[in-house]
Ligand binder design. Structure first.
Ligand code: FES
Ligand code: FES
Length: 170
C-alpha cells in the first residue's frame, strides 16, 4: 500500500530542494537518504548525542528531532555547506590545527554547533564555547581539544572575515 507523502521545499546549503516525504520522516533522514548529504551523522536518533546537528535558519538543532514536513520553507545548512571555493571553513581548519577529533564521527555536529555560535557571537567567552558544544557528545573524549578548537576558530574566523572584507572593498 502506498504511503501518503507530502511535498516539502527546503533550502539546503543554498539550493532549493522539493522532497516528497512521509509525515514521520525526520530532517536527518531526509538529508541523508533523500539528498545524499551523509556528512550529518545518525547515531542515537533520539536527541541524546548531537551528531546530527545542523543549522536551521542559522540555529544549531538536532536534525533527528525535527520532522522534515515541519521545516517547510526553512533554510538548512549542513557540514557540506560550510567550505567555499575549495577551502575548509575556519572551524574545520581549527579542528585540524587543534587535533580535536579521534574517530571524527561527532565532529560534523561539533563543527555545526560552533558555526551557529560564531555566526551569532563572533567573540564568545570560553564559557559560551563550552555551552555551545555541551549537547555534542564525543565518545573518544577529545573534549579539551574541542574547546581549544573553538578558541582557535574564533581567531581563524575573524581572519577569514577580514580577508573577505578586503576583497569586497577592493
Ligand atoms: S542522532 Fe540526533 S542527537 Fe543523536
Ligand atoms: S572524535 Fe570520536 S566520538 Fe568524537
Amino acid at each position: 500500500m502506498g504511503r501518503h507523502r507530502h511535498t516539502v521545499t527546503l533550502t539546503i546549503n543554498g539550493e532549493t530542494h522539493d522532497l516528497a516525504v512521509e509525515p514521520r520522516r525526520t530532517l536527518l533522514d531526509a538529508l541523508r537518504d533523500d539528498v545524499s548529504l551523509t556528512g550529518t551523522k545518525k547515531v542515537c536518533d533520539m536527541g541524546n548525542c548531537g551528531a546530527c546537528t545542523v543549522l536551521v535558519e542559522g540555529q544549531a538543532m538536532y536534525s533527528c528531532l525535527l520532522l522534515a514536513v515541519d521545516c517547510q520553507g526553512l533554510s538548512v545548512t549542513t557540514i557540506e555547506g560550510l567550505g567555499h571555493d575549495g577551502q575548509l571553513d575556519p572551524i574545520q581548519r581549527a579542528f585540524i590545527e587543534a587535533d580535536a577529533f579521534q574517530c571524527g564521527f561527532c565532529t560534523p555536529g561539533q563543527v555545526m554547533s560552533l558555526r551557529g555560535l560564531l555566526d551569532a557571537t563572533p567573540s564568545p567567552s570560553d564559557e559560551q564555547i563550552e555551552r555551545a558544544v555541551t549537547g555534542n557528545l564525543c565518545r573518544c573524549g577529545a573534549y579539551l581539544h574541542i574547546i581549544d578548537a573553538g578558541r582557535r576558530a574564533v581567531v581563524l574566523d575573524r581572519e577569514a572575515k577580514e580577508v573577505r572584507d578586503v576583497h569586497v572593498a577592493g
